[in-house]
Design a protein around this ligand. Structure first.
Ligand code: ADP
Ligand code: ASP
Ligand code: MG
Length: 404
């Protein structure tokens, strides 16, 4: 039995007419494959559910949040199965606890670690098309969990792994992975193949097209992913291991974040262990500190320390720092009008001068760099949010990524 997994994102199931189109796509594969479908909620539904929780409380229970926000997927799955039945196919929906899909970790941010295959397998053998709710599972207390925004990507990849699927196809609202967000830069170019490593960096650094965890799962389990559009029939992008790719590009893509905040502590008493005293309580409270820069202190006594966090964590971060008795500082200032722009490419490992070209391009465009961080295959800079468009389009041109 040749199995494939098809995942449909929110826009692809965003209306009943879109769902009818999705059923047609599924029917096309039915001739050759046994199909498992994973669906997201209809676009906007998850956001609406989250807003309802916020109206009850800003501190809404995490476990009830998961019960609430996972409900959107049940609707879209029933509609897809219903349409397939209407068209003469044998289909039914499955909510994750009925399978079950087992997760571990915290509510809101769980990860799938096991899928019970028996029911789905026997249904596939009978020629049925199972339609499964993405983005969720149950934990060892038998409670509903969710696996992070955009998590249906990871659900699909884990199904592909457990069912040893030949392919995992992610249907979305763009034709594949582009050199940068095609909805923001017209000259963005579709990428034919991209390595897990580059895709993971692009996704972690802001390219919403794939959820970062899903790429980690795919890389670990060697699941090839095809990303394509449910709106057109054009070829998409293959995400696969580096060995399968012949590539002579230095930079593959450019990403940017939209939800970072910069915090600066002024006049911090400069002594050994001070950075640890600041960051330990943040890490204990699951606040992820990203970029860090410490200025050299002129007098050897005081220093300024700047770091970035997710803007959602700003209030909590301020509270923790002001309550921290182990540190002394003169003032705390913060800025939400920042964005991290990153260039990503395995080609930079073997090409000198990439950093210089990036900085020079930004300088030519009068864009001030506030913080820098690098890894083997990416360079990130923190800049003022108002300069993001200009930064991306000039870097896109500099590294010859334009669609021409
Ligand atoms: P879905 O609902 O199908 O999961 P998402 O909205 O999560 O879709 O992801 C698709 C969106 O990702 C696109 O509409 C596009 O605006 C955005 N995006 C950001 N960066 C990229 C990129 N490099 N390539 C393609 N799309 C991108
Ligand atoms: N519906 C969920 C979300 O909006 C999961 C997903 O779309 O993959 O985050
Ligand atoms: Mg998505």
């Amino acid at each position: 039995m040749k199995i494939i997994v098809l995942k449909f994102g929110g826009t692809s199931v965003g209306s009943t007419s879109r769902i009818k189109k999705v059923a047609k796509i599924i029917a096309k594969y039915k001739k050759k494959y046994s199909i498992i479908v994973l669906s997201s909620a209809m676009s906007g539904v998850t956001n609406n559910l989250i807003n309802l929780s916020k109206k009850i409380s800003k501190d809404f229970s995490d476990s009830e949040y998961d019960v609430l926000v996972s409900s959107g997927e049940q609707v879209s799955c029933a509609l897809i199965a219903g349409e397939l039945i209407n068209n003469g196919f044998n289909s039914r929906s499955w909510v994750s606890w009925q399978i079950p899909i087992i997760t571990e970790g915290k509510y809101k941010f769980s990860r799938i670690n096991k899928i019970n295959k028996s029911q789905i397998m026997s249904y596939l053998k009978k020629g049925g098309i199972p339609i499964v709710t993405g983005f969720q599972g149950i934990n060892n207390k038998n409670r509903i969990t969710t696996i992070g925004r955009g998590g249906t990507d990871a659900s699909a990849i884990m199904f592909a792994k457990f069912f040893n699927a030949e392919k995992c196809i992610i249907y979305t609202d763009v034709e594949g992975v582009y050199s940068t967000d095609p909805n923001k830069l017209k000259s963005a170019k579709k990428i034919k193949v991209i390595s897990y490593e580059e895709m993971l960096e692009m996704a972690s650094l802001g390219a919403k097209v794939m959820q970062p965890h899903s790429i980690q799962d795919a890389r670990l389990n060697r699941v090839d992913i095809e990303v394509r559009s449910s709106f057109t029939d054009n070829e998409g992008t293959l995400i696969t291991k580096r060995k399968n790719i012949v590539n002579n590009k230095i930079i593959t893509g450019i990403s940017n974040t939209t939800n970072d905040a910069k915090v600066t502590l002024l006049g911090v008493k400069d002594k050994p262990g001070i950075a640890a005293s600041i960051f330990k309580p943040l890490s204990d409270n699951s606040i992820n500190v990203d970029m860090v820069v410490q200025n050299i202190s002129a007098n050897g006594k005081e220093t300024d320390l700047t770091f970035t966090i997710k803007s959602d964590d700003l209030a909590k971060t301020k509270k923790i720092i002001f309550q921290n008795k182990k540190i002394n500082f003169r003032d705390l200032i913060f800025d939400k009008n920042v964005s991290k722009v990153s260039i990503i490419g395995v080609g930079m490992v073997t090409t000198p001068g990439v950093t210089y070209r990036m900085f020079q391009t930004l300088a030519k465009n009068k864009i001030n760099i506030q913080v820098i961080s690098t890894s083997e295959i990416k360079i990130s800079v923190l800049i003022d949010k108002k300069n993001v468009r200009k930064a991306i389009s000039s870097l896109h041109k500099e590294f010859k990524l334009n669609n021409s």
